[in-house]
Design a protein around this ligand. Structure first.
Ligand code: DGJ
Length: 739
C-alpha cells in the first residue's frame, strides 16, 4: 500500500503518481502553479519520470498570462479547468462572488496524503478500507475559493476516485454555478464514445458512436440519474472490443441530475468530465462554508470492455455495496405486482405465500396496492398504513402470517411521493416540490415530496420505521415512479431554490442511511419505475436494484447486457413474469423467461395463482436451482460473449472458477444455421471441465480457443448438439463443472 501514491518535490513543483491495481495516474504542478495532467494508463514503474509527455507550443494569441506566453490553457491537459483565461473548452468550475467577480484559474496551494477515502459530506463513495487519498488544494486568489481535488486509489482495484471539496475563504458569498467532480484529459486521437440511454422498460441501451470534434453530452435533468442517460460514459479506441483495446470510463456515485461531457477539441485533444448537472443548479457558499461534489470513479484498461466491466464489478461488490450484504446470498421470491397488480388483499397474499412456500421460494413480496385506498395508481400515496378493508389485520400481523407459512415477507413502498388526494397534503400543502404560483405537473398522477424539508424526511422515517419495527419485514422495495418537475422548495429561501434538486438527493441518502442503520437486516432494493435510478449512489445503500419493468426475456437481454457494463450481477434483480408479456405482448416459454434472469443474484417470480399452478413443476425446479446455485452467483465473473441483434450469449464463472454457465438467448430461429462455437473467457487453460448437459470433457484451453459448440435450433431434437428448443425466442442454459 505504501507505494500507491508517490510524490516528488525535488524542484519545489510537486509531481504526483497514483497507482491502482493495474494503472498509474500522473499529474504535476507547473511553473505557474497549474495542475497539469500527464498520464493515465497502464501501471508504470517510473511514473514520476513521465512528466515530459506534453509539449507546449505557441498555438494562438491568448495565453493565460503575459509572463507565460506558451501557456494557453486551451492547449494544456488540466486536472480541473476553469473558464475565463484562455480555456475555451468545457470546464469544471463556474461561479462568482457576490461582488461580481467570476471564479478563475486555480493554482496550487498545498497537498496532503492520508489513509482511507475522503468524507464526502453526506454523499456516498467508495469504501475507505484499502484506500489512500491525495488531497491537492488549489485556489483562486482573486475570489478566495479553494478547491481540494481529492484523488483516491484502492489497493487491488482498477478504479480511481475523484471528488472536489470547495471552501469559501473570502469574506463574501460565492455562488457555484458549475462544480463538476472530475475531468480526465485524454491524449489527442480518435475515440468512440459508449453511453447507455433508454426509457421506461427500455433501460441500459448501448450506443457507440465516433466522438466528433464537438461536445457529446449525456445528462439528466429529471432529478434522478434516469434511464434516459445513465451516469456513465466510456471513451474507446475505435478498434476496442470486449477483449482488447483502450477504454477509459467515467461514472458518478450520484443519483440526481448529472452531466457527462466528452469533448474533442480543436487540436484533437479530448476532455471527459462528470458531475452534478449545472443546468438548474447553483449553490451559495457563505464565508467559511464547504461544498462537496459527488465522487466520480474512473476505470482505464487496454484490455477492452470486458476488462473494464470486471474492474467495475469487483469495485461495486467490494467498495460500493453495503458491507452488511457483501457476499450474502439473496432470497428467491414471489412478487405480487404482475400476479395481482392493485387487486391484493390479506387472503390472496397469504394464499400466494403458501404457494411460494410450496414451490420452495424464500419470500413473498407485497408490491404496490396494500395501503389505505390504493386501488389504482392515481391515489393514496403519502400515508403508509395498511388498507383497513383489504388488510384488516395490518402489515405486522400479515408479515407474521406469511412467516407462519414458511416464507419471509417483503414490502413495496414509494416514500418520496404523494398523491394529490392524500390527507397528508391537507395538513401539509407545502410539503411538495412546487414553484409558487404554478400548479405542479403530475407524473403517474403523483407529486414529489420536498425532501429538503427535514420535517418531511422525519415523517417518512417514522412511517417506514413503524412498518419495519415489527421485525417480520425482511425486504423493502423502494420505488420512485416519476421524474421531478417544478423543482422548487417552500422550505428553502429564494436564493437557494437552485439547490433544491441536489439537497433532495442528499436528503434521500440521509434517509436511506438512517433507515438502513436502524434496520440493518432488512434488504433494500432500489427501484424507480424500473431502472430510472439504478446507479452507484443508490447501490451504496441498497444491495440490489430492479433493473427494468421489461421482464420479457428478449427485451430484458439487452438491458442486462448494457447494465453489465458497469454493474455486477450481484446487484441485479429479476423475476419471471407472465406470458404474453405485459409490457410488449410477446409470448415466450417459461424456460426462456427463466434464462434471462438466470445469472442474477436476486431472482423471483411474478405470476398469478393460475400460472403458478400450471407451471408448478418447472417453478419448483426454478426455486431449487435458485437455492443450489445462489452461492455460485455471488462474486461471479460475468462476460458478454455475444451481444448481437438476433442472439445474446453470456458466460458466468463462479468466483472459485469451479462452475461455468452459459446462457444463449435468441430472437428468431432459422433452419440450417451455421455451425457455431462460443469461445469462453477467463478459464484455467490447463484445467478440465465437464459439460453437465452431455458429459463431454474439455480443457480450458480448448474452451477458450476453438470454443464450445453451440446448440442448433432445429425441429429434429435427436441430433448431436440439438438441444436448443425449437422456435423463436428460444434459449438454453449450458453448465460446465471444473474437474
Ligand atoms: C414500478 C416498478 O418498477 C414495478 O416493479 C412496480 O413496483 C410498480 N412500480 C408498482 O407501482
Amino acid at each position: 500500500m505504501a507505494d500507491m501514491i508517490e510524490i516528488d518535490e525535488a524542484d519545489g513543483r510537486p509531481r504526483f503518481a497514483l497507482h491502482g491495481r493495474d494503472f498509474s495516474y500522473v499529474f504535476a504542478i507547473t511553473l505557474e502553479g497549474l495542475a497539469k495532467h500527464i498520464y493515465y494508463g497502464e501501471r508504470v514503474a517510473d511514473a514520476i519520470g513521465l512528466s515530459g509527455l506534453h509539449r507546449r507550443v505557441s498555438r494562438e494569441n491568448t495565453a493565460w498570462h503575459e509572463q507565460y506566453r506558451h501557456s494557453s490553457l486551451n492547449d494544456l491537459p488540466q486536472e480541473y479547468p476553469v473558464a475565463g483565461a484562455s480555456d475555451y473548452r468545457h470546464v469544471c468550475l463556474d461561479g462568482e462572488t457576490s461582488d461580481g467577480r467570476s471564479l478563475g484559474t486555480l493554482v496550487y496551494r498545498d497537498h496532503t496524503v492520508c489513509a482511507g477515502a475522503p468524507d464526502l459530506d453526506g454523499l456516498p463513495g467508495g469504501a475507505a478500507d484499502g484506500a489512500q487519498t491525495l488531497t491537492v488544494a488549489m485556489t483562486d486568489p482573486v475570489t478566495g475559493i479553494v478547491a481540494e481535488l481529492l484523488y483516491t486509489v484502492w489497493a487491488n482495484h482498477g478504479v480511481l476516485g475523484r471528488a472536489v471539496r470547495f471552501s469559501n475563504h473570502s469574506g463574501t458569498t460565492i455562488t457555484l454555478r458549475r462544480a463538476l467532480s472530475a475531468c480526465l484529459a485524454m491524449p489527442p486521437g480518435r475515440y468512440d464514445a459508449l453511453h447507455l440511454h433508454g426509457s421506461w422498460a427500455h433501460e441500459f441501451q448501448q450506443e457507440r458512436i465516433r466522438l466528433p470534434t464537438a461536445q457529446l453530452v449525456a445528462e439528466s435533468t429529471r432529478g434522478t440519474s434516469s434511464a434516459a442517460h445513465h451516469p456513465f460514459i466510456a471513451l474507446l479506441s475505435p478498434d476496442a472490443t470486449e477483449e482488447a483495446g483502450e477504454v477509459t470510463a467515467l461514472a458518478l456515485v450520484y443519483s440526481g441530475n448529472h452531466r457527462h461531457t466528452a469533448e474533442r477539441g480543436e487540436y484533437g485533444d479530448v476532455r471527459l468530465s462528470a458531475g452534478i448537472n449545472p443546468s438548474g443548479f447553483s449553490w451559495r457558499l457563505e464565508p467559511g462554508e464547504t461544498f462537496t461534489a459527488p465522487q466520480a470513479l474512473s476505470v482505464r484498461t487496454s484490455d477492452g470492455l470486458g476488462a473494464m466491466s470486471h474492474a467495475w464489478h469487483d469495485f461495486v461488490r467490494e467498495k460500493i455495496s453495503p458491507p452488511r450484504w457483501r457476499g450474502v446470498s439473496r432470497p428467491s421470491y414471489l412478487n405480487t405486482w404482475e400476479a395481482a397488480y392493485f387487486d391484493v388483499n390479506e387472503q390472496k397474499v397469504v394464499g400466494l405465500a403458501e404457494r411460494a412456500a410450496s414451490l420452495g421460494l424464500d419470500m413473498l413480496v407485497l408490491d404496490d396496492g396494500w395501503f389505505e385506498g390504493r386501488t389504482h395508481a392515481a391515489t393514496s400515496l403519502g400515508v403508509w398504513h395498511a388498507d383497513k378493508e383489504r388488510f384488516p389485520s395490518g402489515i405486522s400481523t400479515l408479515a407474521k402470517s406469511v412467516a407462519a407459512v414458511g416464507v419471509r415477507f417483503g414490502l413495496w413502498v414509494e416514500p418520496e411521493m404523494v398523491s394529490p388526494d392524500s390527507p397528508l397534503l391537507i395538513d401539509h400543502p407545502d410539503w411538495i416540490l412546487a414553484v409558487p404560483g404554478r400548479t405542479p405537473s403530475v407524473g403517474r398522477a403523483q407529486l414529489t415530496l420536498d425532501l429538503t424539508n427535514p420535517s418531511v424526511t422525519d415523517y417518512l422515517y417514522r412511517q417506514i420505521a413503524d412498518l419495519l419495527a415489527c421485525g417480520d419485514v425482511s425486504y423493502v422495495k423502494w420505488d420512485m415512479n416519476r421524474p421531478m418537475t417544478d423543482v422548487g422548495s417552500s422550505w428553502l429561501p429564494a436564493e437557494r431554490q437552485r439547490e433544491t434538486a441536489h439537497r433532495y438527493t442528499l436528503a434521500l441518502y440521509a434517509l436511506l442511511d438512517r433507515l438502513t442503520i436502524a434496520f440493518p437486516d432488512v434488504l433494500f432494493e432500489a427501484c424507480a419505475s424500473g431502472g430510472n435510478r439504478f446507479d452507484l449512489g443508490m447501490l451504496s445503500y441498497c444491495p440490489q436494484g430492479w433493473l427494468s419493468d421489461m421482464v420479457d426475456p428478449i427485451g430484458r437481454a439487452a438491458i442486462v447486457s448494457g447494465a453489465s457494463l458497469v454493474y455486477p450481477t450481484d446487484v441485479m434483480a429479476a423475476y419471471i413474469g407472465p406470458s404474453p408479456n405485459h409490457q410488449n405482448g410477446r409470448v415466450t416459454s417459461l424456460s426462456t423467461r427463466m434464462h434471462a434472469g438466470a445469472m442474477l443474484a436476486a431472482q423471483g417470480v411474478s405470476l398469478g395463482a393460475a400460472d403458478l399452478d400450471a407451471n408448478e413443476g418447472a417453478l419448483r425446479t426454478f426455486a431449487a436451482d435458485c437455492d443450489e446455485r445462489r452461492h455460485r452467483r455471488l462474486g461471479a465473473r460475468f462476460d458478454r460473449l455475444l451481444v448481437g441483434d438476433n442472439e445474446t450469449i453470456w458466460q458466468q464463472t463462479s468466483a472459485d472458477g469451479s462452475f461455468v454457465s452459459l446462457v444463449d438467448l435468441y430472437r428468431l430461429a432459422r433452419p440450417n444455421a451455421p455451425y457455431r462455437r462460443a469461445r469462453l473467457r477467463g478459464l484455467a487453460p490447463e484445467a478440465r471441465y465437464r459439460a453437465v448437459f452431455d458429459g463431454t470433457i474439455h480443457s480450458g484451453a480448448a474452451l477458450m480457443g476453438p470454443g464450445l459448440a453451440l446448440p442448433h435450433s432445429t425441429m429434429m431434437m435427436d441430433g448431436e448438439g440439438a438441444y436448443m428448443p425449437p422456435g423463436d425466442f428460444s434459449s438454453v442454459l449450458l453448465e460446465l463443472e471444473r474437474l
